[in-house]
Design a protein around this ligand. Structure first.
Ligand SMILES: *Cc1c(COP(=O)(O)O)cnc(C)c1O
Length: 427
């Protein structure tokens, strides 16, 4: 495949931008080769600057659940832009998006809009600490919660891909306030809670882990976390930046019927524009300024263009049958990939919740970061490049999810499966 123009652009980017990219995983470090510079996208297909048309299972890392450039969302965005792009004052759209979020996500009674998932999690943690009047938090190894200082501890994907265990620049005194336990590990978690209960403000978890590849919560894990955090009066925070409006209209908390105290959102709720949100019980949210003393603010927060994109995206997702169809098509893809792997005899452990798919090159089972890391990443790199040559764009890292959109057709999925059959046989 032609990559000449991407190569030229990357070279010039390397001289101007650290590593040539504005977010590390885009650099193809873990699979090798030159990152593709994208030019345009429509539906399930992205086109790069060299004219390669690729069936896209990255979907901007999750937000594009309606596919790229959905007409009704474009219309909402252009309509909003014509009215002005930022006021720094309240606007009608903010209230509408807040209403859609509160109506959809079971545990959210109030919500504050911010500009990214990172900001949402950062603010939710501050709020949890302010509310609980305690400093420590507990996170799970391999879960990524954005790049705020106290969360860059055993943080999965980008960090895992690059092999940076913890980032320089994060003060040890911050990191010390972050306890980590293996995902799905009841015993280690309970031990830490027991030992630190007096100082533990919150436990934060990806209810389906999506940043060490896709790792499913043990059937009892989320209900148990709810039970034990209640018992010790520790807040439970679900980071649903990926899973929100992805695995269910109401997020993982609706799918698994477990209600956290606070929820973080991002990605899908901005319909492809920058956004984030955090919210939860009114009693807790009333602590946020100006209602309460926990400070948090943003010049562009509740941006009228971003909220217009989010509102229209959620309206489309609320139409009957959307999630059912996504589920069926995702199942079709997962089964096809699984069969292709089986025929080739290559160890391949699959995971899936709704339209969020994982596939590890290992016997499995993959239940936490340790077992995820057993995956043969060199083999994944080959898989990635050979699929790319066949016009299919999976994530350039073993430790990222594959996503489906409503625009992926059954015939496109069949093409992917057929390509995967060739590729698995060649591995
Ligand atoms: C993407 C992601 C974030 C960070 O969101 P940004 O918008 O990239 O800052 C946080 N948590 C999870 C689970 C994510 O997948």
């Amino acid at each position: 495949m032609k990559t000449k123009k991407s190569g030229v652009l990357f070279k010039s980017a390397l001289s101007l931008i650290p590593g040539g990219v504005n977010s590390p995983v885009r650099a193809f470090k873990s699979v090798g080769g030159t990152p593709l510079f994208m030019k345009r996208a429509k539906g399930a297909v992205v086109e790069d600057v060299d004219g390669n048309q690729l069936l896209d299972y990255v979907l901007s890392w999750g937000p594009m659940i309606l596919g790229h450039a959905p007409p009704s969302v474009l219309k909402a965005i252009t309509g909003a832009i014509k009215q002005g792009t930022s006021f720094g004052a309240p606007c009608e759209g903010e209230v509408e998006l807040a209403k859609l979020i509160v109506q959809s996500v079971p545990s959210m009674e109030q919500v504050r809009l911010v500009n990214s998932g990172t900001e949402a999690v950062m603010s939710a943690i501050r709020l949890a600490r302010g509310y609980a009047k305690r400093d420590a938090i507990l996170k799970f190894e391999g879960c990524y919660h954005g790049h705020a200082d106290h969360l860059l501890v055993k943080a999965g994907s980008g960090v895992a891909t690059l092999g940076i265990p913890d980032s320089p620049g994060v003060p040890e005194s911050f990191a010390r306030q972050t306890l980590t336990a293996p995902y799905n590990n009841f015993k280690a978690t309970e031990k830490l809670i027991h030992k630190h209960a007096q100082n533990l403000a919150a436990i934060i978890v990806e209810p389906v882990a999506g940043n060490m590849g896709v790792v499913l919560p043990h059937e009892e894990f989320l209900p148990w976390l709810r039970m034990i955090t209640k018992k010790y009066e520790i807040l439970l925070i679900f980071d649903e930046v990926i899973t929100g409006f992805r695995v269910h209209l109401g997020g993982a908390q609706a799918r698994f019927n477990v209600q956290p105290d606070l929820t973080c959102l991002g990605k899908i709720i901005g319909g492809g524009l920058p956004i984030g949100a955090y919210g939860g019980k009114k009693e807790i949210m009333q602590m946020v300024a100006p209602a309460g003393p926990v400070y948090q603010a943003g010049t562009l927060s509740g941006n009228p263009v971003a909220v217009a994109a989010g509102i229209e995206t959620i309206r489309q997702l609320k139409k009957p049958g959307v999630y059912k169809e996504l589920e069926q098509k995702s199942q079709q893809l997962a089964e096809g990939l699984g069969d292709a792997a089986k025929k080739s005899g290559i160890p391949y452990f699959q995971t899936r919740v709704g339209s969020m798919l994982g596939g590890f090159f290992t016997e499995g089972p993959v239940t936490d970061y340790e077992s995820a890391k057993k995956s043969d990443t060199a083999r994944y790199a080959k898989f990635f490049h050979r699929m790319l040559e066949r016009g299919t764009y999976f994530a350039p890292s073993q430790f990222e999810a594959a996503f489906l959109s409503t625009t992926h057709t059954r015939s496109q999925i069949r093409q992917t499966i057929s390509a995967a059959c060739d590729v698995f046989a060649s591995l």
